[in-house]
Design a protein around this ligand. Structure first.
Ligand code: PFF
Length: 453
């Protein structure tokens, strides 16, 4: 068998995993969820879930990936032989491909909005006219489709270069740039007149707004944001050398993701408050509300607003790309290793499959808007089926396999690098308890709560 590529060291591993984690979930989803769920109180609950559940699940997936050194389908098959293992493995390959199909539609929106920002469309048009931009754009047929395919082409273009020359090199450049971009935008946002209220909202918890739904949203978001339950961490960890400390990469990735999301909150919500808009507007917050804000601010500060708009949509685009790359890589690893495809052929095949599936989601805001599944359009169905069903099933399978199926000795060896990491040896009983009891019960509680709500 051809020897597999490996990431080149700890920084490369964390940057690639952070690239997967930091994405639309942080810049698009997190701020609007914070806005809808009472600000800082949501953030505190979110941090609790990351520490208690997401990091142990992350570690469980890393352990499955690195101990197998193979793609998801093979990795899971090693733990569960026979039919069940085959189906679980295929589910983990299927989930990210399902997600990338509609994720690249949103990636396409950010590409289009970057073009609009660069051509000064937001800052030279009146706020009233800018208001309708997003609605008109997504309900049209060809432009969103074109940008969806363009975004997907960029994604497979990076993946085609391979793990080291493609994914690793891209993440090493783009993640530091992303942090700088989001910090600059946050600086702009908090300097706006009237931004204080937004800062207060992000730093002072109001627990009276917390409901069961807040907990469900916070847990769901932590899975979504850290890329849990979808084979990505299994696949990326299979490229991690046996000498890396998996706990360091799990904690490093989760903390970077959390930090980025929090800064993104500062990049967006103070500007929203400054413009006098209610923070709980939901998914349209970034694509609908922000262009309106850029346009409203352009009167007093035209240059700063134009630059902020460009930087903002560039940040969303790059964040979306580093994540979509990881989503496609799961399928590419499977097709190349288990089906004998060349990397290029796998990329081309997945470009067409995901491109066509995503096209249906894109058209669901326009010509296909009449098609409804479970009360929503095709895009909404794709998103909620992924977040509420596929991710949860994937995460549950991973923790059960690691907590209950993998022999304790093997788990210990993998967690502690064969007993050589003293701190991991000490923390092993805590990790084992979290992954065996707390994580599966936490996931089940999430499922039950969301069914009952
Ligand atoms: N974790 C990435 C993000 O937050 O955008 C990638 C991702 C994860 C996308 C889960 C979609 C998804 F359902």
């Amino acid at each position: 068998m051809k020897s597999r590529e490996k990431f080149g060291g700890r920084a490369a591993v964390i940057l690639a995993l952070a690239g997967s984690a930091i994405g639309l979930g942080n810049i698009w989803r997190f701020p609007y969820l914070v806005g809808m769920n009472g600000g800082a109180a949501f953030i505190i609950i979110y941090i609790g879930f990351v520490l208690l559940l997401s990091i142990p699940i992350f570690l469980a997936e890393s352990i499955i990936g690195r101990s197998s050194g193979a793609n998801c389908r093979v990795a899971i098959g090693q733990l569960v032989p026979g039919r069940a293992g085959r189906w679980f493995g295929l589910l983990m390959v299927f989930t990210p491909l399902w997600i990338v199909s509609y994720y690249s539609v949103v990636g396409g929106w950010s590409l289009d909005f970057l073009v609009k920002a660069c051509t000064l469309e937001f800052t030279t048009t009146s706020p009233e006219l800018v208001k309708g931009t997003f609605g008109t754009f997504i309900s049209s047929t060809w432009t969103p489709l074109l940008y969806h395919f363009l975004f997907l082409a960029m994604t497979v273009g990076i993946v085609a270069f391979g793990v080291k020359s493609g994914i690793e090199r891209f993440s090493k450049v783009s993640i530091p740039i992303l942090f700088v971009l989001i910090l600059v935008i946050a600086g702009y946002s908090i300097s706006l007149p009237g931004a204080k209220e937004g800062i207060y909202y992000l730093t002072h918890p109001d627990f009276s707004k917390v409901t069961v739904q807040t907990f469900v949203n916070a847990l769901g978001q932590s899975f979504y944001s850290i890329s849990l339950g979808m084979g990505i961490i299994i696949t990326y960890s299979s490229y991690v050398s046996k000498n890396e400390n998996l706990m360091v990469s799990a904690v490093g990735t989760s903390v970077s993701d959390l930090l980025f999301a929090y800064i993104a909150g500062f990049a967006i919500l103070p500007a929203v408050f400054a413009a006098g808009i209610a923070p709980g507007t939901g998914p349209g917050l970034v694509f609908d509300t922000l262009p309106y804000i850029f346009s409203s601010m352009a009167g007093q500060m035209p240059v700063a607003s134009a630059i902020a708009a460009i930087l903002f949509f560039a940040a969303i685009l790059v964040a979306a790309l580093t994540s979509s790359v990881s989503l496609i890589e799961v399928g590419v690893a499977y097709l190349t290793e288990s089906k004998g495809f060349s990397r290029t052929k796998a990329c081309i095949v997945l470009f067409f499959i995901c491109g066509l599936a995503g096209a249906l989601c894109s058209l669901s805001f326009g010509p296909l808007s009449g098609i409804k599944l479970f009360g929503g359009g095709l895009f909404d169905f794709a998103d909620s089926f992924a977040s509420n069903v596929l991710l949860i099933m994937g995460a549950l399978i991973s923790v059960i396999l690691v907590g209950w199926v993998m022999p304790r000795k093997k788990l210990f060896a993998e967690f502690t690098n064969r007993g050589t990491l003293a701190r991991n040896v000490r923390l092993f009983p805590v990790f084992h308890f979290l992954v065996r009891y707390v994580a599966p019960l936490g996931i089940l509680a999430l499922v039950i709560a969301s069914v009952l709500l």
